[in-house]
Design a protein around this ligand. Structure first.
Ligand SMILES: C[S@@+](CC[C@H](N)C(=O)[O-])C[C@H]1O[C@@H](n2cnc3c(N)ncnc32)[C@H](O)[C@@H]1O
Length: 213
């Protein structure tokens, strides 16, 4: 029985549970698979959407938005929550333009503010507080982002952080790379801080969902 319960079997099963997406979103998934671009994927994206719906998020700040796949899930939640604003932040102009094309075709124009910028600096400069913050930046920068995220998130808000299992590299004691250490340190800090209620959801590459008390 235990042999049947493999990580990949669980992930494949979780993906089958996600309801059908618009063709534009499945095209974004196909592009990611073809180009090896690390998007959050449908099962984790759906969990992001669900969390944003559950807390009725209207203001969302995304850190490391790529070409807008994770943004599409958050924008859908904000639209269904009655409207608001999702901050799309990526430091690459081309990715920002691609995101604007996809998100306007999905009907989310007017719900997104685009920042071509470093995400921690952009968060520092953008007035909050936010209902939800999503963190998907370079993993070595995770630890330094946490105090600012905590400051900018409202009490009762949610923080979602991608890649906290880091393809299993966090379990490799020999891996002392800045990225792996960054993920380890971030997870240690947030789980030891009594101001947060934190779960690590083993969807795809591992997602932290944290509630700020
Ligand atoms: C892992 S990809 C994820 C994209 C998106 N969150 C999704 O799931 O569809 C992260 C993107 O953010 C960019 N990025 C990483 N660190 C960043 C930072 N500190 N500031 C701005 N962009 C960043 C990367 O270059 C990449 O395009």
């Amino acid at each position: 029985m235990a042999d049947l319960l493999t990580y990949s079997a669980v992930q494949d099963f979780l993906t089958t549970l996600v309801p059908p997406r618009p063709a534009e979103m499945t095209a974004m998934e196909t592009y990611a698979a073809q180009t090896n671009f690390p998007i959050i994927g449908p099962a984790a994206g759906y969990a992001c959407y669900q969390t944003a719906r559950m807390i009725k998020a209207k203001t969302i700040f995304e850190m490391g938005s790529g070409y807008g796949y994770s943004t599409a899930w958050f924008a859908r939640a904000v639209q269904e929550n009655g409207g608001g604003l999702v901050h799309h932040v990526v430091w690459d102009e081309k990715l920002s333009r691609m995101a604007a094309d996809h998100l306007s075709r999905l009907g989310y124009e007017g719900l997104i503010q685009y920042h071509v910028a470093e995400a921690v600096a952009a968060l520092a400069e953008t007035p909050g507080p936010f209902d939800l913050i999503f963190n998907d930046i370079e993993k070595q920068d995770y630890p330094k982002s946490l105090p600012l995220i905590k400051e900018k998130l409202r009490s009762g808000g949610a923080l979602i952080v991608d890649n906290v299992l880091w393809s299993g590299r966090i379990f490799d004691k020999k891996d002392r790379s800045a990225a792996t250490e960054g993920v380890r340190e971030f997870t240690r800090s947030i789980t030891q801080d009594p101001d947060w209620i934190v779960s690590l959801i083993p969807v795809r590459d591992g997602v932290i969902v944290a509630y700020k008390k």
